[in-house]
Design a protein around this ligand. Structure first.
Ligand code: BGC
Length: 356
């Protein structure tokens, strides 16, 4: 298929808002489908080493599924604050803000009405060697109790080299906090084909942030050395996931922020490389962000049927959510997530797809 971008109707929300689906085709075998609802990456079809296509992200077939059932945040843009804020509370410039507790006592992923539920304004972009979609959403001052009007754009670009690049940009009119990510879950053998434990992972991270029982970072970043969290050289995702390690017990698998070894903070740095032995598919992730949440779909429990009609169970997908660290607004020792008027939040993550 030639490089192209196409738009189609993807249904209507209860309030009458229509949702579109855009199909981005790289011209080199990859097709990505994105919804204006939640900026959701619904499908990513890529060829294996024999040229056989599969959809390698978890998702749903229909709009209503995303509205009613997307507690796992399949493929969604997550904001204003990706990951957890302890007790849903933070103080900024002396003022305390209380967010909805939607994950035990914590605030998770921007609250119940977070960016994953918004219908984004979409503009297709065509360039010499890429196609893209620029999504825009302006979050009003006080939305989900976050201060400041946050004007946000998220631009998806699919290059002829089969890279999906995500550029995040945000500005505010009052001091606020921001942490944006995409919550795609991958299964490089194809969604709905079973667990990802045979995938081999390399993570460019020599430290991670251990968590308490509520999955809030509990202290200083810790070394991964000698623990099941050491993926500095390639290892099976499932190789040590059943190790009797207190951190794996808390999260029922991996659900942890890794501190990326960044030689130049703020510049695009390699984060992860994942290979799937049977199909030969390779995913390489790079980002400008300081952290990445590696999550092995621990809370998928067999109660959801995915895009291809098969049920998802624990471990059937993994997410690599590039981000600032969880609970940063309450952790002056972590890289800051504060955004002030006149500044801009800019962040880039690249997912590169190949097979060998
Ligand atoms: C979190 C998980 C959570 C999942 C879906 C991940 O980013 O770390 O704990 O279950 O998102 O909400």
């Amino acid at each position: 298929m030639k490089r192209a971008i196409a738009q189609e109707d993807f249904g209507t929300l209860e309030d009458g808002t229509t949702v579109d689906r855009y199909s981005l085709t790289s011209g080199n075998g990859v097709r990505v489908r994105i919804l204006t609802y939640g900026g959701i990456v619904q499908t990513v079809e890529t060829p294996d080493r024999h040229g056989r296509d599969a959809d390698i992200v978890l998702g749903f077939p229909a709009l209503q599924d995303y509205v009613d059932l997307n507690e796992p945040y399949f493929g969604a843009i997550v904001g204003r604050y990706a990951n957890r804020i302890a007790k849903g509370e933070f103080t900024l410039d002396g003022e305390t803000y209380r967010l909805a507790a939607n994950n035990g006592e914590n605030s998770l992923h921007g609250g119940p009405g977070g960016f994953h539920t918004k219908v984004w304004e979409a503009r297709p972009i065509e360039a010499d060697d890429s196609v893209g979609l620029r999504l825009a959403y302006t979050s009003p001052d006080g939305e989900e109790n976050f201060p400041g009007t946050l004007a946000t754009t998220v631009t998806y670009t699919l290059t002829s080299g089969n890279e999906l690049r995500i550029d995040y940009h945000a500005t505010t009119d009052r001091p606020t906090i921001v942490n944006l990510t995409n919550h795609a879950y991958f299964n490089l053998a194809g969604e709905g084909t079973g667990d990802v434990y045979d995938h081999r992972l390399t993570l460019n991270a020599s430290r991670y942030t251990p968590v308490d029982a509520a999955l809030i970072p509990s202290g200083e970043p810790a070394s991964v050395e000698g623990t099941p969290f050491d993926f500095t050289s390639p290892d099976g995702i499932g190789e040590r996931i059943r190790a009797n390690h207190p951190q794996l017990l808390i999260a029922q698998g991996y659900d942890h922020n890794f501190v990326i070894d960044q030689p130049h903070p703020g510049l695009l740095t390699e984060v992860a490389r994942v290979t799937e032995p049977r199909t030969g598919r390779v995913l390489e992730v790079s980002t400008t962000e300081p952290g990445v949440q590696f999550y092995t779909g621990n809370f998928l429990d067999g109660s959801l049927a995915g895009t291809g009609g098969r049920v998802y169970r624990q471990g059937d997908g993994f997410a690599l959510e590039t981000q600032h660290f969880p609970d940063s607004p309450n952790r002056p020792d972590f890289p800051s997530t504060v955004l002030r008027p006149g500044e801009s939040f800019d962040s880039t993550t690249v997912y590169a797809f190949s097979a060998r």
